[in-house]
Design a protein around this ligand. Structure first.
Ligand code: NAP
Length: 254
């Protein structure tokens, strides 16, 4: 997707992006910075987030790499303290880190079940725990405040072997709907993005070879397409909350 937004409409915003070392998170962090936000990039691979922050800084933006395992609440709380000190109070949170490990339930790949639940569900809850007070405070101060989660079309589609992954994403979609009932009243915008197939590292894991094969067959989304969509949610007037966004490759049939 060519970039549709122009200028620096996010000047003054402080954003946190998890899963920022590759794919959707990396592209979104870079785009939010191009649009003027100060951005904290969180992931476990420090070399990857550092090279992206170097690129952002070289282009005149402001970003910091904060190596963090989002399944570890203490790691996230330490990250939140550092971000607030170095960039200021956070008003844009994109808890995006996720993993997809598909299998049949009878295969009893319980470690894969745990990995998906720990990251896709608990990792998001830990991120919300670390930043929700800051979002509510930003909104109370009259600033825009955004919590944008990454769900998936898998939240609603019936896809073989996706039982646990889809379950985690259904949790995220429903969580986001319900959070709106609470945070909307406090003027915090809450949204979820439900992408179809995006060409990232996600399906490179052996268990997701099915997805990798499909990616070779159609013109799938690029991370930049999702990044531009996330950015768009944050630049509309602050009384406008685009809430549940499904974004699909045009040729994806399901
Ligand atoms: N690609 C698709 O087709 C698609 C479709 C719908 C939804 N999604 C969702 O989009 C989100 C981003 O995925 P992606 O496609 O961009 O895949 P990706 O390139 O594999 O990115 C996943 C990110 O999560 C991070 N991560 C993994 N474990 C972590 C942990 N414990 N703590 C912190 N970060 C961790 C990874 O970084 P480190 O390994 O460095 O920690 C990486 O930056 C996921 O929630 C995924 O479910 C993707």
């Amino acid at each position: 997707m060519s970039q549709v937004l122009t200028g620096t409409p996010l000047t003054g915003r402080v954003a946190v992006v998890t899963g920022a070392s590759s794919g959707i998170g990396e592209a979104t962090a870079e785009r939010l910075a191009q649009l003027g936000a100060k951005v904290a990039l969180l992931a476990r691979r420090n070399d990857r987030i550092t090279s992206t922050t170097d690129r952002i800084t070289a282009a005149g933006g402001t970003a910091i790499a904060v190596p963090t395992d989002v399944t570890d609440r203490n790691s996230l709380k330490a990250a939140a303290d550092r971000i607030t000190t170095e960039l200021g109070p956070v008003d844009l949170v994109f808890p995006n880190a996720g993993v997809q490990l598909i299998s049949e339930v009878v295969d009893l790949k319980v470690d894969d079940w745990d990995a998906q639940i720990d990251l896709n569900i608990k990792g998001v809850m830990n991120t919300i725990e670390a930043f929700v007070e800051s979002l509510v405070q930003a909104a109370a101060d009259g600033k825009p405040a955004d919590l944008i989660t990454t769900s998936s079309i898998a939240a609603t589609r019936v896809l073989e072997k996706f039982q646990v992954y889809s379950g985690t994403k259904a949790y995220i979609s429903q969580l986001t709907r319900l959070l709106r009932t609470e945070l909307g009243r406090k003027n915090v915008r809450v949204a979820t993005i439900e992408p179809g197939m995006v060409d990232t590292e996600l399906p490179d894991h052996d268990a997701s070879k099915l997805m990798a094969d499909l990616i070779d067959q159609i013109d799938v989304l690029q991370s930049e397409d999702v990044a531009e969509t996330v950015a768009f949610l944050t630049v509309v007037p602050k009384h406008v909350n685009l809430n549940e966004i499904t974004i699909l490759p045009t040729a994806q049939a399901i």
